[in-house]
Write a protein that binds this ligand. Structure first.
Ligand code: ATP
Length: 277
């Protein structure tokens, strides 16, 4: 029973291998390269870093709008590095250990050390560290202090990489951004045409597309959309194709299913209507 039961305090910290790969991430090539240099090289070529007399970054902060691929890229980095992955959302950490969230931070790092190589990903970190003394109370002060202590001791965290993400860089406690902490900032933008095309390749590439589907034209038609919206578009086009079969009483033969440009148009106009509303 002990083997099958986790202490309740740890139950919600889930560490698991990541199965995402760079190929699951459309575009963002410059960021992928940055991460390879900042995370993978120091592990694989530690001697070169020592010879050059430079320290790899301790913590990396992703910032940018929602749905731009921050979480996805963190998972892909874990997958590519063969590392375990722990994702913790700021609000979840605050509520899970109500009144003693700093213990939560300690537990996350402990679990990461146990399962190293491991990548810890603090999502919505702005909620964990509202600017100290301004909006945060004593609790968030203690959480930030604990986080800083853990990151400061990161040399002992062999094989543990600390990533965080936020939509609002201005909300981050300045103490977290000092050198030796989250001192490596990576900005995520909405994708350009080539980026949208690459994201379409990832998501639509898995679908049984009819010959008339023009992904270049779709990349142009999705201007202003981020990765999460492009994924939603592909899903909705897929559902439209399934709906047509099921409602039209066509044979539910999976092998015959195709997603046509008409399905994408339908999904696109539904999404545009939604956005306008
Ligand atoms: P938030 O700030 O809301 O947490 P985020 O930047 O972390 O957003 P993700 O959770 O990484 O965004 O993205 C949501 C989903 O959108 C992903 O699971 C993925 O399917 C899709 N997506 C986003 N960006 C890309 C991309 N560059 N390539 C492929 N899929 C993407």
């Amino acid at each position: 029973a002990q083997a099958g039961t986790q202490p309740s305090a740890l139950r919600e910290i889930v560490t698991q291998p990541s199965h995402k790969r760079w190929s699951d991430v459309g575009g963002l090539d410059a960021i992928k390269q940055l991460l390879v240099e900042a995370v993978q090289w120091p592990t694989r070529h530690g001697a070169l870093y020592a010879a050059a007399g430079i320290q790899p970054p301790k913590g990396i902060l992703f910032y940018g709008g929602p749905g731009t691929g921050k979480t996805l890229l963190a998972k892909a980095l874990a997958g590519e590095s063969g590392a375990n992955f722990i994702a913790v959302k700021g609000p979840q950490l605050l509520s899970m250990w109500a009144g003693e969230s700093e213990r939560g931070v300690r537990e996350v790092f402990r679990k990461a050390r146990q399962t190293a190589p491991c990548i810890i990903f603090f999502d919505e970190i702005d909620t964990l560290t509202p600017n100290r003394g301004v909006t945060g109370g004593a609790l968030t002060d203690r959480v930030v202090a604990q986080l800083l202590t853990e990151i400061d001791g990161v040399e002992d965290l062999r094989g543990v990489t600390v990533l965080a993400a936020t939509n609002r860089l201005d909300q981050i406690d300045a103490a977290l951004l000092r050198p030796g902490r989250f001192d490596f900032l990576v900005e995520f933008h909405a994708p350009d045409h080539a980026g949208r095309r690459a994201i379409l390749d990832v998501h639509a590439g898995r679908m049984p597309l009819a010959p008339g589907v023009d992904l270049d034209a779709l990349a142009a038609a999705t201007e202003g959309m981020v990765g999460a919206e492009i994924e939603a578009l592909c899903r909705q086009a897929g559902v439209a194709a399934i709906r047509e079969r099921v409602m039209g009483h066509a044979p539910a033969d999976a092998a015959a299913l195709t997603v046509t440009s008409h399905h994408f148009d339908e999904a696109l106009s539904a999404m545009k209507k939604e956005r306008a509303a």
